[in-house]
Design a protein around this ligand. Structure first.
Ligand code: ZN
Length: 235
């Protein structure tokens, strides 16, 4: 491969890996190896190592001291924390966009909403989870703020993984809520857009049913083990 193509190919591999993760072809917790990825993408292991390192930095892949790499599997607790941060950020994003709506292009966003409709109609859950996640990234990209874009990419990807693990419903994002948010932005109505976004994020959290089953806590397991130890010592 020519040297000047390397950067682009890293980005292309990253994009394709993210798609595979969102579409559940690489489910949360799945193990990846450098060798298999290098063979799949027909690139050197050095290139794959760079892609893995970046995704690990974003928290999307987790590297273990043994050398194994897995797709992240956020705990219920982490999912709750991620959504708390998104509630702080995303209403502000749509407020910003509403304030400058007249200067923005909505072409990408409108086409995206149609794509979501298609995935919803065909019942393709993996694609729908990916698309509904990308909607939130499009909003961040429209602000032109690189730090926001980076932060939202990480938050959104991890929430997508949590949706794949815990969501109960068929809709990663309830239908029509994205469309209503876009309509409020277009009408320069920042207050409504922010309120709609907040409500939308609350619906996502509700659908995750994070309270349904208590997360397995290692401290509970240790307490149980200690009790067993004591009772066997006493017998
Ligand atoms: Zn959404």
């Amino acid at each position: 491969m020519k040297k000047n193509q390397r950067g682009q190919s890293e980005q292309a591999i990253r994009t394709r890996l993210l798609q595979a993760i969102f579409e559940q072809r690489m489910p949360p917790g799945a193990r990846l190896t450098e060798e298999a990825l290098a063979t799949t993408f027909e690139v050197s292991r050095t290139t794959i190592r760079l892609v893995i390192a970046r995704l690990a930095q974003d928290g999307i892949l987790v590297k273990f001291p043994t050398g194994a790499t897995h797709v992240a599997a956020p705990s219920r607790n982490e999912a709750q924390q991620l959504l708390t941060v998104r509630r702080m950020i995303e209403p502000e994003i749509v407020k910003m966009l509403a304030a400058s709506a007249s200067t923005l292009s909505f072409t990408t966003l409108t086409a995206h909403l149609k794509e979501e409709d298609r995935a919803r109609r065909s019942g393709d859950r993996g694609t729908l989870v990916r698309l509904t996640g990308e909607f939130h990234l499009h909003l961040a990209q429209m602000t032109g703020n690189e730090i926001l874009i980076r932060l939202m990419t990480e938050l959104q990807t991890l929430v997508c993984l949590a949706i794949l693990l815990y969501a109960s419903g068929d809709d990663a994002c309830p239908p029509d809520e994205h469309r209503k948010i876009v309509a409020a932005i277009k009408e320069n109505d920042g207050a409504s857009a922010a309120a709609l976004m907040l409500g939308h994020l609350n619906h996502i959290e509700k659908d995750l049913r994070l309270d349904d089953k208590p997360a397995v806590e290692i401290t509970d397991a240790l307490t149980w083990l200690k009790r067993k130890e004591r009772s066997s010592a006493g017998s």
